[in-house]
Design a protein around this ligand. Sequence first.
Ligand code: ZN
Length: 365
Amino acid sequence: MQHFSTPIVALAVTLWCAPLGVSALAGDPVATSRPLTTVRSAITADDVRSDVTALASDDMGGRFFRSPFAEKAAVWITGKFTSIGLKPGVTGDSFRQPIDKNPETGPNLVAVFPGPVADGSAVAGAGTGYIIVSAHYDHLRPRRSGDDKIYNGADDNASGIAGMLAVARAMKACSAAGQGPACTVIFIAFNGEEAGLLGSTAYAKAPTVPLAEIRGMFNMDMISRGPARQIYIDGGEIGAPVTAALRSANEAIGLKLRTDEHPDWLDRSDQGPFLAKKVPAVLFSVEDHEDYHQVTDEVAKIDASLAAEVAQLVALAAIDMSRQAFVPRVAVPAANPGSVPTPAKTAPAPVSTPAPSAPSAPHTP
Ligand SMILES: [Zn+2]
């Protein structure tokens, strides 16, 4: 995450009452059919620690932007995507989404866990739309002097990548048990976050799916430092549907959620460019700590149990969300420009309709 405030998002003037999803109520089928046991066995602290150990090793050189070390991390992450069984998420059957034309610039990495076809679902709109689970994989360039020159970035943000991969493993396990997500889940490892949210900004400009069809985004950036069993979640007004899903799913996990206490963080990690385009998004993060952006941010200091529980919460909330009613936030543009716009995909009335001031333009910027 970044301490400085980027100028690209003016949230104060873009706040808009996004349509709220239906939160899972106690006793309803969504809440009572949560795959808690499957998620708990699929996401372990040992696996998280193992992934953080690999990504935060000196061999990865700090994974800094536009370096062979970031490329090494990218190869490692795409290997994990493949071994988990995720599908390439970029046109041309690739995991790699270029973020600019500089040949030294590494890509975002986009993978897909396809949801089942929604036809016949008991809940209108369940199965449509997309959920994004994300984290950035880049960190910082080595310093020039000192015994230890490498910024390992164990918490920032090997922990988030490990959490994202853990959620992917959980989706696969739940699906195998007949308890998987009802819609497609997209996993994105962003690049260039530390250089100014470059990867997420590029994705929001050229998304692999329509932004209006994204139900919610769960972005993890620093999820493995104390206090124990506590995490901040910040999404503000636009992120409220995701926050609601998290609060509900947390009834099963029991973390101490500190919600919307850091509006100053909303534009400081990769959820920022999405919130700026009205995509409900939430940042998971711990408070800045003594090893933040220091060479001492090393794997020995992480709380892998916290990161694992955050990932468990994300998995449960995402599955809840996938089963809820959904309509795209704006009309889907007609295939033939100039023809009458097609209505929303789902037949029944939406849970809530876009505010009158909402943009009626297509999702593309
Ligand atoms: Zn970070």
